[in-house]
Every structure is written in C-alpha cells, then in structure tokens.
Design a protein around this ligand. Structure first.
Ligand code: URA
Ligand code: SF4
Length: 185
C-alpha cells in the first residue's frame, strides 16, 4: 500500500529535480470537503504547504466568508505535488506520474464533496477539457462524490472586478452552494 508520507521522497517525474519541498496538503484529513488545485507555486515550494501564497490567501478569505474554516472544514491539495519551474502548467506525464498520490489522498480523506480549482484540476481528475466559464458552478458526479469545478483563485487575482457577475462574485456563489451541499449530505 502506498503510504502518503513516502511522497516526500518521490522521484517519479522530473519536477523532483527542481523542487525545494514536496507539497502534500493543508487542513483536516477528517473533513468531508476536499479542494484540489493545480501545483505548488514559489511560496508553497518554500514552505511545504499548498495555497499559502497570494491565491491561497484569497481562497481562504472566500472560504471564511461562506462559513468554511480552512483549517477544520476541508482538506486542500494539488494534482501535482512539486513546483513546475517558472510556474508553468504541469505536463501530461507529470500529471500521470503524480496521480497515484492524489488517488491515495482521495482514499484517505474519502470526501463527500470535491471542489476542483481551475482547468488543470478538472482535466486531470475527470478528463474534461471544457472551459471553466461553462463548467464552473455545475454539480458533477464522480465515484459517488459530488464534484464542483470553480475558477482558480489566481484567475480571480488577474480579474479583480467586484461586479455582481464578475469571477470573484461567481466563485463566492459557487462556494456558498458547496457549503449548502455539505449541510444537506
Ligand atoms: N496554485 C495552486 O494551484 N496550488 C497552490 O498550492 C498554489 C497556487
Ligand atoms: Fe513525484 Fe508528483 Fe513530485 Fe513528480 S510531482 S516527483 S510524481 S511527487
């Protein structure tokens, strides 16, 4: 059986050559909600924790606004555990190499609800390539779990409008729906 902490010694793809730290997770493994992002950035690579840079701070703020405590109510990780150089998108072979670790995390947490942050997470978990503008906010089902794709927080940072139909407001609405689904299940 694959032990999750063995991930720290993993050399299954070339990202092992340039990483500082393997970035596994943050939050509570007992949570019913799992959030899955793309890959660590510079700050995550330095600190060994996912979503601790600017996009992570924005994400935490939105989660708190809808009543979700990032430390207690969810478990957060990425489809790829090591930082790609210059924050480029992970390559297909890297996604494939890292997938057993993600599957192990999903087994471990056994979440009722999964939120996919951005197109790379959607493509990697579900093999769906539809754009996020179409997909976000829609409930999908995968292996008996409710899955919702939402915009990646870095997209919200690049599109900071506070208008009611702008990405940040839509994401807040999506996270509210997630919070409600958790109450129902
Ligand atoms: N973006 C991600 O997708 N994951 C992180 O951990 C940080 C930024
Ligand atoms: Fe291993 Fe994943 Fe890191 Fe590649 S990205 S070395 S597969 S842990």
């Amino acid at each position: 059986m694959l032990e999750l902490h063995d991930c720290e010694q993993c050399t299954a793809c070339d990202l092992a050559l340039t990483r500082q730290r393997v970035v596994i997770s943050r939050g509570a493994a007992s949570a019913r909600l799992m959030l899955i992002g793309e890959a660590p950035g510079a700050r995550e690579d330095a600190l060994g924790q996912p979503f601790v840079g600017r996009s992570g701070q924005l994400l935490d703020r939105l989660l708190l606004e809808v009543g979700l405590n990032p430390e207690k109510d969810l478990y957060i990780c990425n489809v790829v555990k090591c930082r790609p150089p210059q924050n480029r998108r992970p390559k297909r072979g890297e996604l494939t190499a890292c997938r057993p670790w993600l599957d192990r995390q999903i087994d471990l947490v056994d979440p009722a609800v999964i939120v996919l942050l951005g197109a790379t997470a959607v493509d990697s978990l579900l093999g769906i390539k539809t754009g996020m503008t179409q997909l976000r906010g829609q409930w999908l089902s995968w292996n008996g779990r409710s899955v919702m794709p939402i915009f990646h927080p870095s997209y919200l940072l690049r599109n900071p409008s506070t208008a009611a139909d702008a990405p940040t407001a839509l994401t807040r609405a999506d996270l509210t729906a997630v919070q409600q689904r958790l109450c129902e299940r």
